[in-house]
Design a binder for this molecule. Structure first.
Ligand SMILES: [Zn+2]
Length: 113
């Protein structure tokens, strides 16, 4: 499962952060998820719960913020907002879209104790 691998990465980052910052426990994890990525927020929350077991983030709440997609259209050379992967350019209707933002999963902030 795609989400499980992503969450394993998140937990690895959290362990690194713990080594650097020396907190005991993570209470809330804030992540940004691009709407064009192949991440299902519900599946992500569940996978995180499992991946975080036996880590400083065990029992932490995962707060997911969805980030809009941005793409550059090769047909009309406009930078546009895209709602969904595979949508045509809202300006010219073309499909020559190069995604610039919206596929990422990023750890934004940790609330720790
Ligand atoms: Zn276009």
């Amino acid at each position: 499962m795609h989400e499980a691998a992503l969450c394993q990465c998140l937990v690895d980052i959290i362990r690194d952060q713990q080594r650097q910052r020396g907190f005991r426990q993570v209470r809330t994890v804030y992540v940004e998820v691009g709407v064009l990525g192949h991440v299902e927020p519900q599946a992500l929350a569940f996978a995180f719960e499992v991946a975080a077991l036996d880590s400083p983030a065990a029992g932490a709440t995962l707060r997911i913020e969805e980030i809009a997609g941005r793409a550059w259209c090769t047909d009309c050379a406009e930078h546009v907002t895209v709602e969904r992967r595979g949508d045509p350019c809202p300006v010219c209707g073309g499909f020559g879209m190069i995604v610039e933002q919206g596929e990422e999963l990023r750890l934004k902030e940790l609330e720790v104790v």
